[in-house]
Design a protein around this ligand. Sequence first.
Ligand SMILES: *Cc1c(COP(=O)(O)O)cnc(C)c1O
Length: 432
Amino acid sequence: MKNSLKQTDSEIWEAIKGEEKRERDGLELIPSENYTYPEVLEALGSVLTNKYAEGYPGKRYYGGQEFTDKVETLAIERAKELFGADHANVQALSGSPMNQAVYLAICQPGDTIMGMDLSHGGHLTHGAPVSHMGKLFNFVRYKTNPDAGGAIDFGEVRKLALKHRPKIILCGYTSYPRTYDYAQFRKIADEVGAIAMADVSHIGGLIAGKAMRNPFDDGFDVVTTTTHKTLRGPRGALILSRGKVSNPMKQVEFTKENLPTILDKSVFPGLQGGPHMNTIAGIAVALKKASTDDFRAYAKQVLVNAKAMAQVFADKGVDMVTGGTDNHMIVVNTINTYSMDGKEAETLLDKVGITVNRQVVPDDPNPPFRPSGIRLGTPAMTARGLGADDVRLVAGWIDDVLRAGTGADIEGVRGQVLELSRSYEAGLKSRG
Ligand SMILES: *Cc1c(COP(=O)(O)O)cnc(C)c1O
């Protein structure tokens, strides 16, 4: 039983050690990534992975559920409490199956769903033509308006909704540096009798930490979120719903009261088999952490740090999508600013130990593999303990390196990155 991984499989062990070092030495700016807590890793590596627990607490298809029921019930209760939901499903294996489960619960193949266009910040699972869901359902995509500073044009959203009468109006983003007016989506959904759904995968932790607005406060029906981004949990997802709101649900055949059951059945047995109980334990641990004052301070600091970075970029004349940020991320148009596509920028920053990802910008003329920009964010750096002064330095280095291009002082900047990063090693440990 006690054979160590190092002895049994040194190749995998070495790869894991390499990743540990990479995560420690570099600065992680990919806005969808984070450092989870040691306690979550402990739960993930537990014997709960051995157990089949098809079904839900108290209603399983296998015996021996004394402890799995305890774990899943705690995860559900904590999720409901933290997000103010009436119901929570914690079994979706990740963000993509989470959204699939909701669509398949509410819609029939061919039904219409409205979501945000991919190049304007929506997620692949919001109906991108390359996704299976994009083929199965009729997705109508709304965009942002460059004439309104890159904000969502609600006049257009309403017009599209009245024309196409979607069953779900979906908001949520993967690359949009602003907040939403959820109430406007809710109003439009009411007008056409649609479900109002928010996929807050990127900002779930910021909502849990009370640093950003909760869509349930504007009467949303369904809220989905991944658990591994700003929530700092394991890779997983939450499907949250509210049972009793007053939308007449003209178009949809079920009532609000049975929405939770329909969502649960859609996840299992509709879409998945046995839940990953070790992950669900990790989610429960992360949710407990997310209800603390420490976490609320973290969520606030994520936003403070993003604003600090955006200010440095603004002062240096960097072209940012929407001109700045209200959340944890910044999208930089590197073609306009540095005459360099997102792939080149990503590669150059990799060399100095700063990890960002290439990103399409609204109506990007360039292909996704070589898009016009990069996306960066503060959740992971903030988890390590970096404050506003630190991230201002980092923003300065990013601008220096990209502006200098091939003439950049790679060694010099890499040394500074390493020094800053290592000075927060203790922070990484104590904060998880
Ligand atoms: C990350 C993300 C997802 C998908 O999550 P995966 O776990 O990568 O499948 C879905 N929606 C949004 C808005 C996201 O940001």
